[in-house]
Every structure is written in structure tokens, then in C-alpha cells.
Design a protein around this ligand. Sequence first.
Ligand code: CP
Length: 346
Amino acid sequence: MTDAMRLEDAPMPPQFTHLKDFTSSELMGLVDAAIALKKAPPSCKPLAGKSVAFCFMNPSLRTQVSFEVGTVQLGGHAVVLNLGADTWKMESEEGAVMDGAAAEHLKEAVPVLTRYCQAVALRSFPSGKTWEEDRKEPYLTAFKKYSTAPVINMESATGHPCQALADLMTIKERMDPRGKNFLLTWAPHVKSLPMAVPSSAAEIAAAGGMNVTIARPAGFDLDDEVMARVRASCQASGATLRVTDDVQGAFEGQHVVYAKSWGSIVDYNEPLPAAPEFRQAWIVTADKMRRTKDAVFMHCLPVRRNLIVRDEVLDGPWSVVIDQAENRLHTAKAVLLKLMTGDLPR
Ligand code: CP
């Protein structure tokens, strides 16, 4: 097969790289399948004889282990690669003169991987140079372009769709999300973090029919395209969308509180405000949780205790973060089954 045939003529394999590429009902189908898998794992091995390459350019605990274990539980074989450490350093740019650190181009590496493996997955965080460049997601884009097998996004600059499935699953296990109130609250951190998780959390909550409130300090708005999708989903379901810097008031009446730190697009990759009173204002406390309608507290993990959220919340009755992390396993299996077999349990 020539490059031209593969890139232009071959049908695009199924992918799970961005929530926006799926309808709300398709996303609900994946979540419902994950709930079914949690109750009754498949008795056969639907991925027998199949391998998946999980490629990491950044650290991970939950994503790596849940996908690796999930693949094995479905009868498949997981190949975990830390790109640039276990492999050659990779180039993504078309036409690059490769006289730097990268010894291999993704134009070869990805098709080679997909001759061995029946799906590939990538974690590639933003570089932090400019948002304009980072939002193009050069490594994930190259994986999608050069892969002849399904591609899974295990967190890129603009989204963490696998985390979002586990988030909605965790909510759905506790309540019908439609018409319930979801707060995404910005949190302090020692460094400027990517916007992938909060963007996907807001998108999946809106897709699930929830009223979405985003509490963030001025200057920390999410990407305009993400907000446009959240707004459209809320309008479609008749839900509300509110963005506020009134962090205390934002907790009133919430059913779900989702804390996450993220960096500013306007002061891209600059250090976050660190004044004690500012951190105190934005940390999640028991007092704030008591303003809610007995809300559950969610965080994707890893979480910095007593910077993002107080111990009293994480160790208290509100926290569902361990269940949320467990659900990464069940949703990972739903994604693998959907992409690699086309079948989902009901
Ligand atoms: N939530 C999440 O993606 O965790 P890891 O970064 O540990 O994979």
C-alpha cells in the first residue's frame, strides 16, 4: 500500500479522540455500556488475538493502568510505550528537517505500530508555548492522519474524552443527570495546567443535559470553541449555562461539584496567582460543600490535597473520586469494544 493510497483512499478507521465528534446519544451509549460492563464483565474474550499500543508522552497512573488492565480483561494484549524513552524521539511536523533530537517521524512510526497493533492510543499534553499552536494538537493530529487502525485520545491539549466518560458514568450511577446542577470550579495550583480535563468535563455535563456553572477567576475562561459547544448542548436540552467569578455563590444548589485547576489562555503558561488569600478563596472546603444540595465532589486525580481541596472534603462524605477513578476501567473497556469490535454490551 502506498502512502497516497493509505492517506487519501483508505477509509478512516473509527476514532475516539474528541467528544465533539460524537452525538450526545452516542456518548450516553458508551457510558451505559460501561455501566453494564461494571455489573457483568463479558464472559468471552472479545479482544483475543488483538494488541493495542498505548503511547505516552507524559506521565499517567489511571489512564495507563485502566487501559492496560482493561485490554487484558477483554482478552487482548497491551503494549505500553513511553515515546522518546522506550522508543526513538518522534517528529510530527510534515517536511521537518530532522537534524534535532527526533530520530523517527510519526509518518513511519504510526503505520509501523498499526501493522503490529489493532488500535493505538496517545497521551500528548500541550507544549505550553502558545495556545494557537497547542490547540492544533500536532502529535494527535499526526496519529489520526497516519494510523490505519482506531485511534484513542488519552488526553491532548483540548480534551480528555476518556476521563469525561468516566465522569458522566460516576454521575449517572448516582442521579439522572438531566436537569441537575453541575459546577466546574477552578482551583489553585503550583503551576499552569492544561485545559483538557475542565473542557471535557463541561462538555460531557452539558451533553448529559445538566445545568452548567463554571466558576473561575477573571482571565481563566475556557477556549471559545469549547464554550460554544457547551452553550449549544445546554440550549439543545433546555439547560442553563452560567460563568461566574462568585465562587462562594456558585456552590449554592449544586448536585455535582467538579474541581480542577487550569491555566489562562490570555496569560498562557504563566504562573498562577499564589497569594494566600486568593488560594483560600478558591480552595474547595467543607463550608462551600455545605452550600450545595448534598453534592458529590469530583476530581479527575491526581489531586494536590489542601491546595485544590481540603482533606475534610476529600476524606468526607461528598467525595466520589475513587469511584470516579475506578470508572476509568469500565469506560476504557467500552471505548476499546466500540472501536475494535463495533459491539457494545447493553
Ligand atoms: N485522570 C487521569 O487521567 O489520571 P492520570 O493522569 O494518572 O492518567
